[in-house]
Design a protein around this ligand. Structure first.
Ligand code: ENP
Length: 266
């Protein structure tokens, strides 16, 4: 009856498996967590319940059991760039976005919701946020985001999409509403913004323009020092892996810099 996809099949096995893999392999510094207790807390937030009446506070026990530190300088916030962020962060090896934490990894790429009666999980459909705001997935990301932002310290990185039609910095997005307001200012040394255009995509926004400027002004007003880089080369190289011959990638080659010395044709 809902417009969204139903609960991901085998949700329990997926998230319990993710949890054990996280604490054993991905981030062993998060030792001693009880994955079956964490799953119980997660499911009790929504199982057997009206999926339009689930609030961030329903996940409080889940967050208490799964929360862990995010290393300084490793936080990566983003909007409209999910797959690029997944590739760039490299499962917490390079950066640790929310999806590469234990608590955020529980939900990443998954859908879940409950319904009254046994088994209490709706595998057929789940409400989208347009249908009802207080649904299990939306509320999960709200509380997970807020806690992730509170854990973040040192240099904070923000990866925005300069080709996104809704603006690189959506003022109603998770970052603007649940993350930035939860930063612990005294733990933060600097904020780095990267505005990445899609390869072959329109250059709709850049540093100092449009919604990026709105973000920069907000950071200034809050007293943060920030930098902003358009098409930051390290991320650009990753985007260009799949578009080697695209003109947008011509100036990004690894030989950039060495090219001036190269006089060929050997
Ligand atoms: P979208 O709409 O580009 O991408 C949504 C997809 O990213 C969904 O598959 C979602 O998992 C997954 N995801 C991973 N982390 C988050 C998240 N953190 N979040 C919502 N979805 C997330 O993403 P949004 O809506 O713009 O959200 C981006 C936000 O994530 C930024 O604030 C960034 O800083 C934050 P699922 O379970 O829904 O399938 C917070 C909200 O980390």
């Amino acid at each position: 009856i809902w417009k969204g996809e139903g609960t991901t099949p085998n949700l329990e096995s997926i998230v319990i498996g993710r949890c054990y893999e996280y604490i054993a392999v991905v981030n062993p510094s998060v030792a001693g967590k009880n994955c079956s207790e964490i799953w119980k807390a997660f499911k009790s937030a929504f199982i057997n319940k009206d999926p339009c009446n689930i609030f961030p506070s329903d996940y409080e026990l889940f967050i208490n059991l799964s929360l862990h530190a995010v290393p300084p300088d490793k936080s990566l916030f983003w909007e409209n760039n999910q797959l690029l962020v997944t590739g760039y962060s490299d499962r917490a090896r390079r950066f640790m976005p929310l999806s590469d934490t234990l608590f955020g990894g529980f939900g990443d790429f998954l859908t879940w919701c409950g319904k009254a009666g046994s088994p209490g999980i709706d595998y057929n459909s789940c409400p989208r946020t347009e249908e009802c705001e207080h649904n299990p997935v939306e509320s999960f990301w709200r509380i997970a985001s807020a806690n992730y932002a509170k854990q973040s310290s040192g240099v904070i990185n923000i990866l925005l999409n300069g080709s996104a039609t809704g603006g690189a910095y959506p003022v109603q997005g998770f970052f603007a509403v649940y993350e930035l307001p939860n930063f612990q200012k005294e733990k933060i040394s600097e904020i780095q913004i990267w505005v990445m255009d899609d390869v072959g995509g329109p250059d709709l926004e850049s540093c100092g323009k449009g919604s990026v400027q709105i973000l920069e002004n907000r950071l200034k007003a809050l007293g943060y020092s920030h930098t902003c880089t358009d098409n930051y080369r390290s991320v650009r190289l990753l985007q260009c892996l799949d578009h080697l011959n695209h003109p947008d990638c011509a100036a990004v080659s690894l030989l950039h810099g060495a090219a001036q010395i190269y006089v060929g044709p050997w």
